[in-house]
Design a protein around this ligand. Structure first.
Ligand code: PA5
Length: 479
């Protein structure tokens, strides 16, 4: 039996959401949210819940249903089996939602210095890289490190047309051909893309590359639990079945329409009220653990791209969105906290607490007579970081700064799976409360289109002309 099949273990590993420091009893009438305000949202949540249930049944919300798709992990595992003997480096070529999930999972669930470990310490799993930029220096530096003969590249693009990813694809394809010849090309590239649309799917089919599908209605930032995130995770030894089980656990906790009995609806309502009513334009995610920095970055994209919308679904111009920021505890207490404590009261905080870190590092009692050090001796780094988090959230609350605390009993695939699903569903529901479409990204598309136009792609001539009119510089403004 796997541990995630054991009810008492899953119970122990449930993540917990504590919003006490957002509510009126702790923060007072001016800064806190009242139960009444939450209750007022129940009827609209009821409607959103009905829509979600309907869309789920029609398979129009794949991020909620993929954790229940038992067919994906065996396919991934079978593919990985074939790569085991020779792959020493695994490289994701992708950007945005096609890269951040893979990065976050690796950071959260692999050794903090995974790529520096020996092959034995990596248990034979390959080194892991995510090339999510087209900075020529960065890309060249990565290529300098890799022996192509021992490298597997995973091109990930939902649309199959993103200029950054497709450029990387062109470079890598050419490189493989030059280094290894036509015959080997197929072994070194695996494609993850839409099942039908896009040029990458066409290439995969016509040229018979191995490929995985991203469900048609699954947008990049919601795709981490599809092959987009699961293949890069599994190839480095992360237990993707446990990850999916964690997501299912959270999905199971989010079935009821009542805000008081549904963690994602609870979080969505608090976020919505903090933005609309309390005018908190900035949301700061503060995980207290290096491993969760990538999850913070992944969340930032999810929140920014989903909620940052000019128009409501009804076409009203609103310029909506709450700016997400990641700050790492305790490190960023010494870079950003001063602003958070005494700067504008336009922020709401989400602390991520780790109840049990993987290791315990005691602090030696070396200077019992030196006051400045004696109080530390006998404690542990674990106690120190947890105390710092507690002190920070209480100090913020004392200044009327609201915060939510999510506690992970431990960092493992089961708790990370829960967190992913919680944040995805919270984002969807918050977007719907705001009246915008959280699942599209017209602003990103606009930038993509202008890039095509400026690079002379056929069919985009008009957009190129529009862009040129803005780039006429006045020398007076340039020093
Ligand atoms: O979340 C999104 O939809 C975007 O961030 C995309 O993931 C990103 O633009 C990359 O797109 P694609 O996967 O089509 O290459």
């Amino acid at each position: 039996m796997k541990r995630w099949q054991d009810m008492s273990w899953t119970q122990e590993m449930r993540i917990q959401i504590d919003a006490n420091l957002m509510m009126t009893p702790a923060l007072g009438e001016k800064e806190g949210i009242s139960e009444e305000e939450i209750e007022k949202l129940q009827p609209v949540i009821q409607t959103i819940h009905g829509q979600i249930e309907e869309e789920k049944a029609q398979e129009r919300l794949p991020f909620l249903t993929i954790p229940f798709d038992g067919s994906l992990t065996p396919k991934i595992k079978k593919f990985i089996q074939g790569t085991k003997p020779w792959v020493e480096n695994f490289v994701v070529l992708g950007i945005g939602g096609s890269a951040l999930g893979a990065k976050a999972l690796n950071k959260a669930l692999s050794h903090p210095h995974y790529n520096l470990l020996s092959k034995t310490m990596r248990k034979g799993f390959p080194r892991h890289f995510v090339a999510d930029n087209v900075d020529p220096d960065g890309f060249k530096a990565l290529l300098d490190l890799l022996e192509v003969r021992k490298t597997l590249f995973n091109v990930i693009s939902k649309s199959g047309g993103t200029a950054e990813t497709m450029s990387q694809f062109l470079i890598i394809r050419d490189l493989i051909k030059k280094k290894l010849g036509n015959r080997k090309e197929k072994d070194h590239l695996v494609i993850t893309t839409d099942p039908v649309q896009g040029v990458l799917r066409k290439i995969a089919e016509e040229e018979q590359f191995k490929s995985f599908e991203i469900p048609s209605l699954l947008g990049g930032r919601f795709s981490v639990l599809s092959a987009v995130g699961l293949l890069p995770a599994a190839i480095c030894g992360i237990d993707i079945e446990e990850l999916q089980a964690g997501a299912r656990e959270m999905a199971g906790r989010c079935l009821k329409p009542s805000i008081w009995e549904n963690p994602a609806y609870w979080c969505a309502c608090l976020s919505f009220l903090s933005y609309k009513q309390m005018k908190k334009n900035i949301r700061v995610i503060m995980p207290y653990g290096d491993a969760l920095r990538g999850m913070g970055e992944w969340f930032c994209q999810l929140w920014a791209e989903s909620l940052g919308k000019r128009y409501t679904v009804k076409g009203r111009e609103v310029w909506n969105g709450q700016t997400p920021v990641t700050a790492l505890g305790a490190t960023d207490q010494h870079s950003q906290l001063q602003l958070y404590m005494e700067g504008p009261g336009d922020k709401v905080f989400s602390f991520i607490r780790i109840r049990n870190y993987a290791g315990l590092i005691p602090l030696p009692k070396l200077y019992p007579k030196v006051e400045e050090l004696a109080y530390l001796g006998g404690h542990s780094l674990n106690r120190l970081i947890q105390t710092e988090m507690e002190a920070t959230r209480l100090a913020l609350a004392r200044n009327g700064r609201p915060s939510l605390t999510i506690t992970l009993p431990k960092i493992n695939p089961f708790t990370i799976g829960q967190l992913i699903l919680l944040w995805e569903l919270e984002t969807l529901v918050c977007g719907r409360l705001m009246g915008i479409n959280p699942l599209n990204q017209p602003g990103v598309e606009e930038g993509k289109i202008l890039t095509y136009a400026l690079l002379g792609r056929k069919g985009f001539e008009k957009e190129g002309k529009d862009g040129e009119s803005l780039s006429k510089d006045n020398k007076k403004y340039i020093q």
